[in-house]
Design a protein around this ligand. Structure first.
Ligand SMILES: Nc1ncnc2c1ncn2[C@@H]1O[C@H](COP(=O)(O)OP(=O)(O)O)[C@@H](O)[C@H]1O
Ligand SMILES: [Mg+2]
Length: 302
């Protein structure tokens, strides 16, 4: 995995200032061939800034990045042949139809595999005969995905690709990404959605306020995953019964309501809950903030 030929994206001391705003601070990161790398962070963390530097749309203040060993700035023309990219905000020629746009963009790369495009359009359920200006934002996003995928690039760089896609289409997208990975190709995708990253990525980089806080395999991140469970009962709840369970913590009670964190097996929790007359129950995902806090417990929040 660590052989240098398998490094697809190599980022070294990458820093970007916008005036006084430090959008990216000394980022170091390697992304390997054949992985789906999730670049996770809340709004304003610096995800788009990183992607724009990789695509040579902006220049860093300091540091450098290479893709396939080629400098993202100096070799950008050569690199773009091997890249598929979905920008956060798509600028499309609105007066063209989906097909016309795809043919135009494909022409710039020396041709389009229309069969493959047709297949992608069908799977994503996009009518390519309509003019882009009549598309909804979700439809534009689909067209963006098609143009990113259509030349079967070795590397996909996708900025929050599932934003605005309905859940069914998201599933199709996940499947497409699996196929890309199965072919030994690489995906670098940003997201602010942890469950999504967990679902499809092999590794995740956690970015916050321009700092890369951690790079983890998803399996390791899951170890710190927890949910909040709240049970409302008709009875008096003994918190000790829940506190005694492995993987249960932060138990609080209020009248008949008990709330706690679950990070272990659910089964013993349910069996303990079944001793009471449960009126209502909620089982919530923690927010990204909470995960950060769990992960870096005690670290001061910036
Ligand atoms: N063109 C710009 N001029 C000034 N500040 C910018 C510009 N682009 C981004 N920023 C700032 O840089 C930080 C990172 O932004 P961005 O990379 O877009 O974050 P993300 O994509 O993770 O939401 C934010 O504080 C944002 O306001
Ligand atoms: Mg962004």
């Amino acid at each position: 995995m660590n052989a240098s030929q398998d490094v697809v994206i190599h980022i070294e001391h990458l820093t970007k200032h916008y005036g006084k705003v430090v959008a990216l601070n000394d980022l170091n990161l390697d992304v390997y061939r054949g992985e789906i790398f999730g670049y996770l962070g809340p709004n304003g963390a610096g995800k788009t800034t990183t992607i724009r530097i990789l695509l040579d749309l902006i220049r860093p203040t300091a540091g450098r990045a290479t893709i396939f060993g080629l400098d993202v700035h100096r070799d950008s023309v050569r690199l773009h042949q091997r890249l598929g990219n979905l920008p956060g905000e798509l600028a499309l020629w609105e007066h063209l139809t989906g097909w016309e746009l795809v043919r135009y963009l494909g022409g710039l790369r020396g041709g389009v595999d229309e069969r493959y495009v047709g297949e992608l359009a069908e799977r994503l359920d996009l009518d390519m005969t309509r003019k882009v200006k009549t598309y909804s934002s979700g439809m534009k996003r689909k067209l963006g995905l098609i143009q990113a995928l259509m030349h079967r690039p070795d590397l996909l760089i996708l900025d929050e690709p599932t934003n605005g896609l309905d859940p069914l289409v998201q599933q199709t997208f996940y499947k497409l990404m699996d196929e890309v990975r199965d072919e030994g190709r690489t995906v670098f995708m940003s997201s602010h959605n942890l469950p999504e990253v967990e679902h499809i990525c092999d590794r995740v980089g956690i970015l916050r306020q321009g700092h890369l806080k951690a790079v983890e395999r998803i399996g390791d991140l899951k170890k710190v995953r927890f949910r909040w469970m709240t049970l409302r009962t008709d009875d008096h709840v003994d918190p000790a019964a829940f506190e005694a369970l492995e993987g249960v913590s932060d138990v609080t009670t209020h009248n008949g309501t008990v709330r706690f964190k679950v990070s272990g097996e659910l089964d013993p929790v349910i069996k303990t809950a079944a001793r009471y007359h449960v009126v209502d129950m909620s089982y919530e995902e923690p927010s990204l903030e909470e995960i950060f806090l769990t992960y870096y417990g005690g670290e001061e929040q910036q």
